[in-house]
Design a protein around this ligand. Structure first.
Ligand SMILES: Nc1ncnc2c1ncn2[C@@H]1O[C@H](COP(=O)(O)OP(=O)(O)O)[C@@H](O)[C@H]1O
Ligand SMILES: O=C(CO)[C@@H](O)[C@H](O)COP(=O)(O)O
Length: 482
């Protein structure tokens, strides 16, 4: 048996997976992000540990015999977050997350420096790790002086599970300190970011082993001796492993806290002039590209918070998909990444009318998120990625309305995998299977059974294309406002 542990922004999910790759059980424990100031987004790593422990204990209570058979644990997690450890391994401050825009000035500075885009293969976005450390050096210099190690979120869980410090290529690629083509830390990128190699965790591929599970944790969870903890992958790379997206033409769209349009590529094809990301895959010798929006289900959760109605209830009120609503919503509540790279931009509702209801607001939100993902699809296509169809994963795909809308806005058939919510956690477990048994990733990371394919609604394609054009035209107009 194997365990996959995915540290999402909205919660930790643990899955117990049989050696043939089928899922026996899963458990979840929720998380919240703190936004102490506009544009900031933080989580306390202690809460990640509590949530991971709760999810693992839930599996142990329900499946004690299966837990006795576990050979490996694989990890997956939200990308880019900076977890700062002092020389004793103590966390120095709350982790600064992927959707935190405070370091936009530092990001622009790094981005303008010679060789930076060429080496990292990417624009330096404010959400990436390197500008966060430059911000820290300027605004919290005492804390910065004590940073002995920078970890990415899931690597902090590896540290908790094993007492070992390490990372892997797919998460390291999102730091702006990695030479993404060479799959190694870049001395030049570290130097311009004010960092040293000894502050970086050791690098391995996603199937590499970080170390054995701590004996006290094994005893607490009813796991045997000698369980190996496998490095795993950044959540999007791990999700790709979970849905078998390894080669050219394979891709997925994810409706999680962030929204992601992912395309596996057969080689390293950076296009750093565009806001498409080019990162190492979690399996050796492969890369991928993606467009990212910063608030997908996070936009819906914001509406849920201010209306006092749960996200699932809001989408449940939408009924059957029809023509686009009259309102437009720009989902830039945490700023914008692909395609505009605009950390200062903020969201908006347009064309509010006194007759409109909560349902109209929900419709506008899910439409706005879908239109922003269409922008990412167009940006990916411009880099040469060819995506004839996509798998659809993430919590938002529980809404049938949203998936049908998204298929229509993207103009592509969307395949809903059985157990689509497990994507990243299942991918983490698959990386553990490969790491512990030496199995070939190509054999293990197959496409999952598809529960249903949702086709675009041919009768609505033109109406949504027009609504997307209106949405796209709104961005420069809003940007021009003081
Ligand atoms: N029926 C639903 N309709 C729309 N959104 C939903 C529904 N059920 C769950 N969600 C959303 O899915 C989110 C969780 O998605 P998930 O992919 O697990 O996120 P993450 O990986 O970012 O933590 C929830 O926060 C919620 O907003
Ligand atoms: O910043 C990115 C990718 O570049 C996000 O996709 C994060 O990795 C967070 O993911 P979720 O919590 O939405 O899964």
């Amino acid at each position: 048996m194997f365990i996959g542990l995915d540290l999402g922004t909205s919660g930790v999910r643990a899955v117990l997976v049989r050696p043939d790759g089928s899922v026996l059980a899963s458990a979840e424990s929720g998380l919240f992000a703190d936004h102490p100031y506009p544009g900031w987004s933080e989580q306390d790593p202690a809460n990640w540990v509590s949530a991971a422990r709760a999810a693992l204990v839930a599996l142990a209570q329900r499946h004690p015999l299966a837990m006795e058979q576990v050979a490996g644990v694989g990890l997956s997690g939200q990308m880019h977050g900076a977890v700062l450890l002092d020389p004793a391994g103590v966390v120095l401050r709350p982790a600064i997350l992927w959707n935190d825009g405070r370091s936009h000035g530092e990001a622009a500075e790094l981005d303008a420096m010679a060789d930076v885009r060429d080496l990292s293969g990417n624009i330096v976005f404010p959400g990436f790790t390197a500008p966060k450390l430059l911000w820290l050096a300027r605004h919290e210099p005492e804390g910065f002086a004590r940073v002995a190690t920078v970890l990415l979120p899931k690597d902090y869980l590896a540290w908790w599970l094993t007492g070992e410090i390490g990372t892997e290529m797919s998460d390291a690629a999102g730091t702006a300190w990695l030479d993404v083509g060479a799959r190694d830390w870049s001395d030049r990128l570290l130097k311009v970011g004010g960092m040293r190699r000894d502050q970086m965790p050791d690098l391995r591929e996603g199937t590499g082993i970080v170390g054995p599970l701590r004996p006290d944790l094994a005893a607490e969870l009813g796991l045997p001796d000698g369980v190996q903890v496998v490095a795993g992958g950044a959540d999007n790379a791990a999700a790709a492993c979970g849905v078998g997206a390894l080669a050219e033409g394979d891709g997925f769209v994810s409706l999680g806290t962030s929204g992601v349009l992912f395309a596996a590529r057969n080689g390293f094809y950076p296009d750093p002039a565009s806001a498409v990301h080019t990162f190492c895959h979690a399996v050796p010798g492969r890369w991928y590209q993606m467009g990212v929006i910063l608030a997908a289900t996070d936009s819906l959760n914001w509406l849920a918070r201010i209306t006092g109605v749960e996200a699932a209830t809001l989408t449940g009120e939408l009924g059957a998909l029809g023509a686009p609503g009259p309102m437009r919503f720009l989902p830039y509540l945490s700023g914008e990444r692909t395609p505009h790279n605009d950390a200062a931009m903020r969201g908006a509702f347009l064309h509010l009318d006194i007759a409109q209801t909560r349902t109209d607001l929900t419709r506008a939100v899910v439409e706005g998120v879908s239109f922003a993902l269409r922008d990412s699809l167009d940006a990916l296509r411009a880099t040469g990625a060819d995506l004839p169809r996509l798998l659809a994963i993430g919590g938002g795909t529980r809404s049938r309305y949203w998936v049908e809308l998204l298929a229509t806005v993207l103009g592509l058939p969307l395949d809903l995998p059985e157990q689509g919510d497990f994507g990243a956690a299942l991918g983490a477990a698959r990386l553990a299977i490969c790491g512990v048994t030496g199995a070939d990733p190509e054999q293990v990371m197959t496409r999952p059974p598809i529960a249903e394919t949702i086709d675009p609604r041919a009768d609505l394609l033109d109406a949504y294309a027009q609504a997307h054009a209106d949405f796209a035209a709104s961005y420069p107009k809003l940007k021009a406002l003081p």
